[in-house]
Design a protein around this ligand. Structure first.
Ligand code: FES
Length: 107
């Protein structure tokens, strides 16, 4: 079961295991990782599941599509080149160990 590493804005680290096929967002919400609100439940309409993907992993996930790109324009914290909506990152065995930073806030 792939492992996801979440780093919060204070430097705290949480590691969770998630079934392949689930999203990074679900990895957080199902395991009580704070800081990812995911108000829309993963239907790509809220932008409150924003994360910064560690540079080492950025090339291993599919690129941002048009809808995600539009929503990323409305995230609460500054958008960066490695900004993603975590509901759009599906976990695979190849992503075992993927590391993401949680922004200070989602609103
Ligand atoms: Fe709403 Fe990701 S959970 S856009």
């Amino acid at each position: 079961m792939p492992r996801i590493i979440f780093r919060d804005a204070d430097g705290g680290i949480r590691e969770v295991n998630v079934d392949a096929g689930r999203s990074v967002m679900l990895g957080a919400t199902m395991n009580g990782v704070p800081g990812i609100d995911a108000d829309c439940g993963g239907t790509l309409s809220c932008a409150t599941c924003h994360v910064y993907v560690d540079e080492a992993w950025a090339d291993r996930i599919p690129p941002v599509d048009e809808v995600e790109n539009d929503l990323l324009e409305n995230v609460a914290c500054e958008r960066a080149a490695n900004s993603r909506l975590s509901c759009q990152i599906l976990v695979t065995e190849d992503l075992d160990g993927i590391t993401v930073d949680i922004p200070e806030r989602q609103y």
